[in-house]
Design a protein. Structure first.
Length: 245
């Protein structure tokens, strides 16, 4: 069995403050976190948690992944935008054109996210958290499909997307050209090995799929989290395999 996507993790200057923003926007409750951070538990079929842990480095450049939030009407889209702004978000320009129907915002620490226009067929049945949109190659989309056991739901013009068989958000990769890397990623995946499985065997499986193992020299991800193995996917994006609760 494949690993489970346990959490999407934010490296945060102020983890509690950032968790409060996303809790307010998504309506998710907080839970205890064993790694000196804050965790949000989904209240829908999203399937993975959000974790916020202390950052060692300042944010540098645009993130390589961001959330796309959906809307059911123009009024609903505006309500989400207004709510985000009231919680501490701000409008940002990342090169979107003036005729774009989606709204690009940044959370209080500058992490980009989009509020998608109503009528977007690609995200029609994905829920409020419609997608985690990533900068990445076709190869990395194939890697994550095999790593998580999620089928490809889009594979065209070097753009790929996967989705859990149980539903929830899609994870998408936009294909080339890829953004230049600026410092360590602010967001990364935490994977939980299969229940009652062999963690080392799962690490070996991920390596055989094209991952590499990273030695941080600190026994953690560089964001204060111990008890995990740090790896990178074929595009060089760091992710962690949990080795303890």
């Amino acid at each position: 069995m494949a690993s489970q996507l346990f959490a999407v993790c934010f490296a945060a200057d102020r983890p509690l403050r950032l968790a409060q923003f996303w809790s307010g926007l998504l309506g998710w409750e907080t839970a205890e976190d064993p790694h000196d951070g804050v965790t949000l538990l989904p209240d829908d079929d999203t399937g993975f948690r959000l974790r916020f842990s202390p950052a060692r480095e300042r944010k540098a450049g645009q993130n390589r992944m961001h959330f796309d939030l959906t809307s059911t009407s123009p009024e609903d889209q505006q309500r989400t935008v207004d709510k985000a702004l009231a919680l501490g978000a701000r409008h940002i320009d990342i090169g979107q054109g003036p005729d774009e129907d989606h709204v690009v915002l940044a959370d209080p620490e500058g992490n980009e996210f989009c509020v998608i226009e109503p009528g977007n067929n690609f995200l029609a049945d994905c829920g409020f958290v419609g997608a985690l949109a990533c900068d990445g190659s076709q190869e990395v989309g194939y890697f994550w499909s095999r790593a998580l056991g999620w089928p490809l739901v889009w594979d065209q013009d070097q753009e790929t997307a996967i989705r859990s068989p149980h539903g929830g958000p899609k994870i998408t990769w936009g294909g080339p050209p890829l953004m230049p890397r600026a410092g360590r990623d602010r967001l990364h995946f935490d994977l939980a090995p299969p229940a009652h499985g062999d963690r080392q065997a799962e690490i070996e499986r991920l390596l055989s799929l094209g991952a590499t193992r990273i030695d941080t020299g600190r026994g953690d991800t560089g964001t204060g989290d111990a008890g995990r193995v740090v790896m990178a996917d074929p595009d060089g994006n760091e992710f962690c395999v949990l080795t303890s609760g």
